[in-house]
Design a protein around this ligand. Structure first.
Ligand SMILES: [Zn+2]
Length: 260
């Protein structure tokens, strides 16, 4: 034990200190599991990884490993809240787009449904299309009693001021490339609910989790694997291992970010 401390104090200190970020990591995950902010399976997997890192740091196969794991654990707990925020936003957006889809289905049945038109406008607004939302909202409540639709009139006013009186631009349908005049809800040419794709824009929610986990895994592999290979293995083998890590990492990222 004393030998080990004297031999490599940095390695020993990292092996002990790593339990600080790991404890924060574990507590954060337990807290999120209890609050059902993340699913239990992902949370438990994360806790397993943390405990594994801690055990390896106490009995490291190579003295270079604990300092690297320490950096990895610290950077992970900084990234965890950012990742969770991204998941929550993605979940929120998914619900929002679902409600827009339902509004479109409802419009198919009752083409004059004010509520459905207004819902579409709301989702457009919350996705940065204030001028378009104002135009559609205004059209939906056109001619309706100001008394009964006071909230809606107020909301349209809010969207108008948010758009700074900019004029909404016509939107191209992604199904058929027809340019639809402002205010049409279904594509004039093919009948597609083209504003749905417009609201979603470049937002790609479903595989966000896959991307974040893959990025983190590759980051850890590069951070820990490359220095470890460089210091612990003979030069020729180390080069081969480093190349394999880089190639494997690139492929993993490539697959995770491929559009499904
Ligand atoms: Zn179309």
């Amino acid at each position: 034990m004393i030998d080990r401390i004297l031999e490599n104090p940095l390695s020993f200190a990292s092996g002990c200190l790593i339990w600080i970020p790991l404890t924060i990591w574990i507590l954060m995950l337990v807290y999120w599991i209890i609050g059902t902010e993340i699913d239990a399976l992902s949370g438990l997997a994360g806790i397993g990884v943390a405990i594994g890192m801690g055990i390896v740091s106490l009995q490291p196969p190579h003295p270079v490993l604990p300092p690297l794991l320490f950096v990895g654990a610290t950077s992970s707990i900084i990234l965890l809240p950012i990742a969770r925020g991204a998941f929550n936003r993605a979940a929120h957006k998914a619900i929002e787009f679902e409600s827009m889809e339902r509004a479109y289905q409802q419009l198919g049945l009752t083409p004059n449904s004010v509520g459905s038109k207004f819902r579409i406008a709301q989702v457009l607004y919350s996705n940065g299309h204030a001028a378009l939302a104002a135009a559609i909202g205004e059209q939906a409540i056109h001619g309706l009693s100001r008394q009964h639709y006071a909230d809606e009139y107020r909301e349209v006013q809010k969207w108008k001021s948010a758009s700074r009186e900019q004029v909404a631009k016509p939107v191209t349908c992604i199904e058929c490339s027809h340019v639809n005049p402002v205010g049409t809800l279904f594509c004039e040419q093919c009948g597609a609910p083209y504003l749905l794709a417009h609201a979603k824009g470049s937002f790609i929610a479903p595989d966000l989790k896959k991307k974040l986990v893959a990025s983190w895994l590759v980051g850890m592999l590069v951070l820990i694997g490359i220095p470890l290979a460089a210091t612990a293995l003979p030069a020729g083998v180390a080069l081969a291992v480093i190349l394999a890590i880089l190639l494997g990492g690139a492929l993993t990222v490539r697959f995770a970010y491929m559009r499904s």
